[in-house]
Write a protein that binds this ligand. Structure first.
Ligand SMILES: Cc1ncc(COP(=O)(O)O)c(C=O)c1O
Length: 386
């Protein structure tokens, strides 16, 4: 057993982030400025989108996308319950309704066969979530969206760098939103990006990200700028700082290397677990590029004497950090009380949640770390066989 605790997630940081941050500090431009602009341009290129607006979270990015899409009170937005709080809470910001459709148990992304049934005259948008970094079935989502005039806003918090049938996640839909939270595939500490090919929507997101002011502070305070500004709508305060963007530029430069390493770790886990009947390995697809943000291992509970909570405790006792993605939204008090949901309303989300464990998968893990995780998982399985 390893001596020290292996955290579930750690960012891959080195001198390159420090150098970027130092530059921002030395330039004395710490809020939104030239580094944000450079990060937006490079990120847009990396995901094959025309425009990118950097913000301080993926939650903010999704809020801005829904605002630019014209969401209003009483509208409905279809999404999955198998996601983080942010995906549905942004819909509630508008007093609109998140309408959940159950997941496909193979990939844990929304079950596209159920989409059509969830559409009503009030539906305005679909938010697919690429859980763990495996793209949702976007052709099917597009088909339903087009046949009902709905906008698609991808929650790609886990999905960089990912591809769906040879196309980059970021180039597929009206809007795509990314997260640069501490544990995400690239990080700025806190941060996010909304990308779109539509110039007017990008401009709306940009304006609303900074108080609905039609000029950003960068323009206001540099030489060509002026003191003049106009408030065109009651906006938000979501802009990214140059300090964060500097970190983002450094992370972006090594995103492929970090992804290669996560892919390698996933391959090693899959190789070790695929023939173990007590375990189910996560789905991958030949026609997609999985971002491998998460490695979602599932337990075949009928073959084990321990439940998932106990399994996690056992791994912790072996110094391995894990997590659970996610407690489906319909199980939480707010959604239960507001919409009267019961666990069985989305039976696949509920069933799969009970047996899922996320294993550590990040580029800083050494081969020894990976081996320690494998050995610990196999040891717990061995000691919990029925
Ligand atoms: C699926 C999903 N969507 C959205 C978010 C929100 O991202 P952020 O923390 O950048 O707002 C997260 C964060 O964990 C997430 O996992």
């Amino acid at each position: 057993m390893r001596n020290d605790f292996l955290p579930f997630a750690l960012p891959d940081l080195d001198g390159s982030e420090l150098a970027q941050i130092k530059e921002a500090l030395e330039a004395a431009w710490v809020t939104t400025g030239p580094k944000v602009k450079a990060f937006e341009e490079e990120f847009a290129r990396a995901v094959g989108a025309k425009h990118a607006v950097a913000v301080n979270s993926c939650t903010a990015a999704m809020h801005l996308a829904l605002e630019a899409a014209g969401l209003k009170a009483g509208d409905e937005v279809i999404t999955t319950p198998y996601t983080f709080a942010a995906t549905a809470e942004v819909v509630r910001y508008f007093d609109a309704k998140p309408v959940f459709v159950d997941v496909d148990p193979r990939c844990l992304n929304l079950n596209y066969n159920l989409l059509e049934h969830a559409v009503t005259p009030r539906t305005k948008a679909i938010i697919p979530v690429h859980l763990g970094g495996l793209p949702a079935e976007m052709d099917a989502v597009r088909k339903v969206a087009d046949s009902h005039g709905l906008k698609v806003i991808e929650d790609a918090a886990h999905a960089f760098p990912a591809e769906y049938k040879g196309r980059k996640v970021g180039s597929l839909s009206e809007f795509t939103c990314f997260s640069f939270y501490a544990t995400k595939p690239i990080t700025t500490g806190e941060g996010g990006m909304v990308v779109t090919d539509n110039e007017a929507w990008a401009e709306r997101c940009r304006v609303m990200s900074l108080h609905g002011i039609s000029h950003d502070a960068w323009k206001r305070y540099n030489q060509e700028g002026s003191w003049q500004y106009e408030i065109v709508a009651p906006g938000f305060k979501y802009n990214m700082t140059d300090v964060a963007a500097g970190m983002g530029l450094a992370q972006l430069a090594k995103a492929e290397r970090m992804w290669e390493r996560r892919k390698e770790i996933a391959k090693r886990y899959t190789g070790a677990f695929k023939a173990v009947p007590e375990l189910e390995i996560p789905q991958d697809r030949e026609d997609c590029r999985h971002a491998w943000h998460l490695y979602l291992l599932r337990l075949n509970l009928d073959r084990l004497t321990k439940d998932r909570a106990r399994f996690i405790e056992e791994l912790k006792a072996r110094n391995i950090g894990t997590s659970v993605h996610f407690i489906p939204l319909h199980l939480h008090p707010y959604y239960r009380e507001t919409y009267g949901y019961k666990p069985g309303d989305f039976p696949m989300a509920y069933r799969e949640y009970l047996r899922v464990v996320s294993l550590p998968i990040y580029s800083r893990m050494s081969d020894r770390d990976v081996q320690d995780v494998i050995e610990a998982v196999l040891d717990v399985v061995h000691k919990s066989r029925k």
